[in-house]
Design a binder for this molecule. Structure first.
Ligand code: ADP
Ligand code: ZN
Length: 728
């Protein structure tokens, strides 16, 4: 008797992790085993979902009695091992569910459904004709090239529903697949490799040595703005490009990076692949899929790019490593800079943190020799640092609505006479941060947040910068019933613009804020106009502080140097210094020496003195001393718990209850509970607790145990922020 040539193996049980806020994986049935991390499609509840096979350590939340089969297994489409380890690591560290991290790692799993966009054309005439159907058929007669459904919708103006119904009736049929657009264009121009200075060479060699060792290592690449850090890490990227492997560059604000991208293109001769929230759907899919297949050598992105499934990551650059935008404050709360170092470690890659004003955390890691230190000591090409002068606002007599002191005004006029450019910096969007009733003092507040509404003149609206609430300026004060009594208090950039116009009426001023430049396209155009000297005075928020290089810009005026110093933020001084230093660095980047005028009420403050003396080291030492004294980061650790809910008393009660059960230990201290600085946000009341531990004590196990012991009422939500960066 012959044996069966195709023995039927019994089905196997596989655990599947789903991109949902759940820790556990669920069991499904499949004909054979799949390696962990394989992309699968399963039905879950009433929906079909993508997930990955998972060597579960977490217990499934429910075990189905009869196992459902895996609907589709994408054989060979598998998350790299380092991505799986990263998933677990980030989930444990941030105390977020496994599934939440998976969602970040698998942003568009449907990219693996087809190798491109499906294109449709006319197959036959419909049985029933309507005006809309006629319209699409006419369109396709004139344009016989098959198109994707979204293109058909966009170009013909016919709704998606109608087009889909025609596809269903097979009037429109699949006529081809357009491969995903290549996410980066190949060599277009001859790369222009600069001759590195000796400082730059030394730094680049160190990074290359680390890359060649295939051992994890992290460097701080430190140097004042314009010292040539970018060229150094370009050299490292080039090295990876030659030897094979993937490089990831994180930039703090990718939409503002047109100049950076131009430089990249010049240096390498092609555009890198991009990853950020503005990316179109099909570009997203194409990029995601190609990265996972190892087909993209260089990707430049926002912090979310860190979660992409790189199979062969060799180098991660974090430019402006001190920048606050690396911290994600919602959903999974994490610091992209710190996670970048972890991700590099899991791949045995090299990470390079670049900054002119490194964070104290990074400085400490350099001092303790955890990170290597690469330093560039002067501006490239010998450009001098700008001269920083303080204007003591206590000594300036000013009338009501003037915010620019006579000294700053004079400097602006002189700069214009020399035919150069100037920038005024104020980190406050809108026209005025506050609106008061002249007769009763009533202040217009956001109904959903404990903050003033900000006047925006150019949109003639009152706006909440926290929740987006919009209202109009009332003509009658609701408290005292007087008419037309509201007046604007304090300046925003729009008001500064108005003031500049009074004494420079014939010069071209431009407002540079996220309200005025609403797309990356508009930003790029405006930057081009500034480069072409079609703008004389730039007035902007921190949007303008980053990375730009304008050769004619020789004067920077800082309207309110104190604005970030106040408040309850333990990093207020550090952040102020970093921001003001970066703004100041926009001035005098080429042959012409730059000037910075800084208006302040606290000229003796260490931040101001450090800026004047270009003495970062002394400032950092002072700041470090104070943090050390109190055991604050980077010398200790913090974890913040934010409780929020619709009912104030319930939130307060829950916060107090939690505080009462805090475990007694000499390793950790509880600060609070207190009402959060923003005590009311998006319609919710908020209380904070802060847990402070020694540096060598990981707070997560303690938090886990503590929170498990004290369940919260369902009306109160909790957010855990490990290593909080902001204290709002
Ligand atoms: P950073 O990143 O430290 O702010 P950049 O790398 O942007 O400094 O360099 C500042 C300026 O000097 C840029 O315009 C850059 O093109 C130029 N530059 C830096 N290094 C070199 C070099 N080796 N050869 C030619 N130009 C250079
Ligand atoms: Zn609000």
């Amino acid at each position: 008797m012959k044996s069966n040539p195709f023995p039927v193996n019994p089905p196997v049980k596989l655990s599947v992790l789903l991109p949902l806020p759940l820790n556990g994986a669920f069991d499904y049935e499949h004909s054979h085993l799949l390696p962990p991390g394989t992309l699968v499609k399963v039905s879950f509840g009433s929906r079909v979902r993508y997930g990955i096979t998972w060597e579960g350590e977490g217990k499934p939340s429910t075990v189905p009695k009869t196992l459902k089969p895996i609907i589709t297994a994408f054989e060979g489409v598998q998350l790299p091992e380092a991505s799986l380890k990263f998933l677990t690591w980030v989930s444990d560290y941030t105390m977020s569910a496994r599934g939440q991290i998976l969602k970040m790692i698998l942003p568009t799993p449907e990219a693996f459904e087809a190798c491109g966009e499906q294109l449709y054309g006319i197959a036959k005439l419909p049985q029933r004709m309507t005006a809309q159907r006629q319209k699409i058929l006419d369109f396709l007669h004139l344009n016989p090239e098959p198109l994707s459904i979204s293109e058909l919708v966009e170009k013909s103006g016919v709704s998606k529903g109608i087009i889909n119904s025609l596809v269903k009736e097979e009037v429109l049929s699949l006529q081809g697949v357009r491969p995903w657009a290549a996410p980066h264009e190949m060599l277009q121009t001859e790369p222009e490799k600069p001759q590195l200075s000796s400082d730059q060479l030394v730094a680049a060699e160190e990074i290359k040595k680390s890359l060649d060792s295939h051992q994890f290592h992290t460097f701080l690449l430190e140097g004042i703005t314009g010292s040539g850090k970018t060229e150094v890490y370009f050299e490292a990227i080039d090295h990876v490009l030659q030897k094979g492997g993937q490089s990831l560059v994180l930039l703090p604000e990718i939409s503002l990076s047109t100049q950076w991208l131009q430089r990249f293109k010049k240096r390498f001769g092609f555009q890198p692949a991009l990853w950020h929230s503005d990316l179109g759907k099909s570009e997203r899919k194409a990029t995601f899929r190609t990265i996972m297949e190892g087909g993209i050598p260089i990707i430049v992105g926002a912090r979310s790019a860190l979660f992409l499934p790189f199979p062969d990551l060799k180098l991660i650059i974090v430019d402006e490593e001190h920048d606050g935008s690396y911290k994600q404050e919602e959903g999974v709360i994490y610091n992209g800079r710190d996670m970048a170092v972890v991700r590099a470690r899991l791949s045995g890659a090299t990470s390079v943190l670049a900054s002119a004003t490194p964070s104290l955390e990074t400085e400490l890691n350099v001092q303790s020799k955890k990170y290597g230190h690469l330093q560039l000591n002067s501006r490239y090409g010998g450009a001098e640092l700008p001269e920083v002068k303080l204007i003591d606002l206590r000594k300036v007599k000013r009338n009501g609505s003037e915010w620019i002191s006579p000294a700053l005004r004079g400097a602006l006029q002189q700069t214009m006479e020399r035919g150069e450019q100037a920038m005024l910096f104020l980190n406050r969007r809108g026209y005025a941060p506050m609106t008061l009733c002249r007769s009763c003092g009533d202040r217009i507040m956001c109904p959903y947040c404990s903050v003033s509404l900000v006047q925006h003149k150019h949109q003639s609206k009152l706006l909440c910068h926290h929740c987006g609430h919009v209202s109009r300026l009332p003509s009658t004060c609701p408290s005292c019933q007087e008419e037309e009594t509201y007046c604007a208090i304090g300046p925003g950039v729009e008001r500064i613009y108005e003031e500049v116009k009074t004494f420079l009426p014939h010069h071209r001023c431009a407002l540079l804020t996220s309200d005025h430049l609403t797309s990356s396209q508009k930003i790029a155009e405006q930057i081009q106009r500034i480069q072409n000297h079609e703008v004389d005075v730039l007035i902007g928020t921190q949007m303008m502080a980053k990375g730009h290089h304008f050769p004619l810009l020789t004067l920077v005026g800082i309207v309110d140097g104190d604005s970030a110093l106040s408040g309850s933020d333990l990093r207020a001084s550090e952040k102020s210094f970093q921001l003001l230093h970066q703004v100041a660095g926009r001035s005098g980047r080429e042959q012409r020496r730059g000037q910075v005028l800084l208006q302040t009420h606290q000229p003796e403050h260490p931040v101001m003195q450090a800026l004047v003396g270009h003495d970062k080291a002394q400032f950092a030492a002072l700041e470090a001393e104070q943090r050390m004294m109190h055991g604050f980061p980077p010398f200790g650790r913090l974890a913040a718990l934010i409780l929020s809910g619709r009912k104030e008393d319930e939130v307060q009660k829950a916060a107090r209850a939690l505080a009462r059960t805090f475990p007694v230990t000499d390793k950790a201290e509880l600060l609070g509970p207190t009402p959060a600085p923003l005590v009311y946000l998006r319609g919710k009341h908020r209380w904070r607790l802060l847990v402070k531990t020694a540096k060598d004590f990981a707070p997560q196990p303690l938090l886990k145990m503590w929170l498990a012991h004290t369940p919260l009422p369902p009306s109160v939500q909790i957010q855990i922020d490990i290593d909080p960066y902001s204290f709002f």
